[in-house]
Design a protein around this ligand. Structure first.
Ligand code: 13P
Ligand code: SF4
Length: 325
């Protein structure tokens, strides 16, 4: 199958992109590998007219938003469960809830994690807000705070609360905390089911076994876990930091299994007794990659990403505001 894929890649004007959480077999055939921010930038600037995107829907949508003339196809239309936790109606309900609590709409600056649908990014842009990723969220929130408005951070509660703590501003979760209206950052109550797996017990377990262990976690983990870790960073930041340590240093990593499994040759542990695989990321197989390439060859173009043009233009404004920073 790999040979067939390589042959089709040579024949067609196509680039294969894969997020770090993809299966090893998919990573092996990818031309571009990265985290969500790196992929958005690299794929949008890629010269090939066809892009096969191996990841989840919001990532492929981000490329299509930035590069509308590119044909973006997914081997599988896999959806991030966190991105599906907020839709247009629940976004509008959240703003209405804040208004009922005395916060004026014009005093709200929405910051939306890139793990969201184009529909939500468009709504955020219309309110003057912008996108962030886990790699740049701190920079984006610090810049947004200069407007003197309240930050509405969505959809990941954990990322919002972790950043608020790091920056030193007050924060609360909408629908959970009654006194949310007095806080500087209000988080939507969404989460990543994969990164919720890691617990303080897991950290204690590894620290008891290896007293000099380094614990690195993704900021989608619960704030209690982040507080107990030695290092918190996005996917690319974790990769960079882990590789700086000598191979003898034991490291436990709290993020997706496929990435951790190929990080280093030894002394690298998944920070859980469970296997933290992202079911959506794992949907894509080598067979699916071959299938989508064949569809380019016979011009049937399966699983092509399309976005309503007005929505795309607004979503692009939210992405461009991030990229400008
Ligand atoms: P990154 O921005 O670190 O690639 O994260 C994307 C993601 O889905 C993490 O769960
Ligand atoms: Fe979405 Fe979590 Fe999977 Fe990332 S790991 S794609 S946030 S479900």
């Amino acid at each position: 199958m790999r040979e067939k894929i390589e042959r089709l890649k040579r024949k067609l004007d196509v680039t294969i992109a894969a997020h770090y959480y993809q299966r090893d077999e998919v990573i092996a055939v990818a031309d571009v590998i990265g985290d969500s921010l790196e992929l958005a930038k690299k794929c949008a600037g890629d010269p090939n007219p066809n892009l096969v995107f191996c990841g989840v829907g919001f990532m492929a949508q981000s490329v299509k938003t930035l590069a509308p003339n590119k044909r973006v196809l997914m081997p599988r239309i896999a959806c991030c469960s966190m991105a599906r936790m907020i839709d247009g109606a629940s976004y509008d309900r959240s703003i209405a809830l804040m208004e009922r609590a005395g916060i004026e709409r014009q005093n709200v600056m929405p910051i939306v994690y890139i793990n969201s649908q184009a529909e939500i990014k468009a709504r955020v842009a219309k309110m003057g807000g912008m996108v962030c990723t886990s790699a740049n969220a701190e920079t984006i929130i610090r810049a947004a705070l200069k407007n003197g408005k309240k930050i509405f951070f969505l959809p990941d509660r954990c990322l919002g609360l972790n950043l608020a703590k790091r920056i030193g501003i007050s924060a609360a979760t909408l629908g959970r905390d009654e006194d949310f209206a007095s806080k500087e950052l209000i988080a939507f109550d969404g989460f990543c089911s994969v990164h919720q797996i890691f617990t303080i017990d897991d950290i204690d377990f590894y620290r008891a076994k290896y007293p000099d262990i380094i614990v690195a976690v993704h900021p989608e983990c619960d704030p209690s876990v982040v507080d107990h870790a030695d290092f918190v960073g996005s996917t690319s930041q974790i990769i960079k930091r882990v590789k700086e340590f000598p191979i003898e240093t034991p490291i436990a990593v709290g993020t997706e299994f496929n990435l951790v499994n190929r990080l280093r040759e030894k002394n690298t542990f998944v920070l859980s007794r469970q296997k933290p695989e992202c079911p959506s990321m794992n949907e894509t197989t080598l067979r699916d990659v071959l299938g989508v390439l064949q569809s380019i060859e016979n011009e049937t173009f399966i699983n092509e990403i399309t976005i309503d043009e007005e929505e795309r233009e607004w979503a692009k404004i939210a992405l461009d505001r991030m990229l400008a920073l």
